[in-house]
Design a protein around this ligand. Structure first.
Ligand SMILES: [Fe+2]
Length: 319
């Protein structure tokens, strides 16, 4: 018996619009359908473009009192609360990496919550984030969700992919012989040790602290840390007109919820973050990619020229 006639038949490609194929395909694949729709490069590109529109890039000039002149204009892109998982597809993360690289940052700071509850996403998130580029490096701290999922596993995966995870430690950044310090702590409710992280940093030296939870602000202000970068709050995630955010409305949790603020001499930026928790929904509170540009404080720059005893006020300080 010859099968030549069968070989000559044109092969039918699966097509979403073909109901018979959908029915048999579903049965053959045990309930999992695979169609070419959505797999093409064009569709990937379209999806990426859609996600690009979902991230808001914001820019903030941060005037730091003790910033050395060599760090004037130093640019930090701050990413936080990615929550990579079921509701955050790879295309979105790839777009995030692409957009961050387009900003050509000096440093990328990622302040935790890489995943939400599954270990399965640890390696993929680290692998995609390995595409981040910054002249002074990519640094990270862990968030409360990371501690629930597997802090050691997440740290290892990120380190293998070229991201420095700072666990109650610091490093110094050098430019033209001048130094600025970068410290990072574990999550506020999971083994955070600010004293340990700051040990060895000279008193009054310019320091940027990465802390997932902004609740560290009191301790940071006491130590006169120049700038804190945090996330955790998601900016409220859902913010209704007139009402504001629905979750975390106590007085102490309403402050340091999003954006810039300060306590004493310490400034803080709390990003709305990237991903979502509880429900895969954001409303009135879009995902954010903040870009922070460091500048020496204007008054600090001229302070040496002013005689002692002159009035000296910090415009951003609200204690
Ligand atoms: Fe989070």
């Amino acid at each position: 018996m010859s099968y030549a006639h069968a070989l000559e038949q044109p092969r039918r490609r699966p097509n979403l619009a073909d109901p018979w194929h959908r029915l048999t395909g579903r049965w053959h694949n045990g309930g999992v359908e695979q169609y070419s729709l959505g797999q093409s490069r064009g569709m990937h590109k379209l999806r990426r473009l859609r996600f690009r529109g979902g991230f808001e890039v914001t820019e903030h000039r941060m005037d730091l009192e003790n910033l050395p002149d060599a760090f004037r204009g130093f640019r930090i892109v701050h990413l936080t609360d990615i929550h990579y998982g079921l509701y955050f597809p790879a295309e979105a993360l790839a777009s995030l990496v692409e957009m961050t690289n387009e900003l050509e940052p000096d440093l990328v700071a990622i302040t935790g919550d890489f995943v939400t509850r599954s270990r399965n996403y640890i390696e993929p998130v680290a692998e995609i984030l390995s595409g981040l580029r910054a002249s002074e490096g990519v640094y990270a701290v862990l968030g409360n969700h990371d501690f629930r999922v597997g802090p050691a596993e997440i740290t290892n995966a990120l380190e293998r992919h070229g991201i420095d995870v700072m666990r109650n430690q610091h490093t110094s950044l050098r430019r033209r012989g001048q130094r600025c310090y970068l410290a990072g702590i574990d999550d506020y409710y999971y083994r955070a040790d600010l004293t340990k992280a700051m040990r060895g940093i000279p008193q009054g030296a310019p320091t940027i602290l990465l802390s997932h939870n902004p609740s560290i602000i009191d301790d940071a202000a006491e130590m006169k840390i120049s700038l804190v970068l945090s996330g955790h709050t998601h900016g409220g995630q859902v913010r209704l007109p007139l009402v504001g955010c629905l979750y975390g409305r106590s007085e102490e949790r309403m402050r340091f919820k999003k954006g810039r603020d300060s306590l004493g001499a310490t400034q803080i930026y709390v990003s709305r973050g990237i991903g979502t928790v509880v429900l895969p929904v954001r409303y009135g509170c879009p995902s954010e990619i903040p870009q922070l540009v460091l500048e020496p404080h204007r008054e600090y720059a001229t302070r040496s020229a002013i005689a002692d005893g002159w009035l000296f006020a910090r415009p951003h300080a609200r204690s």
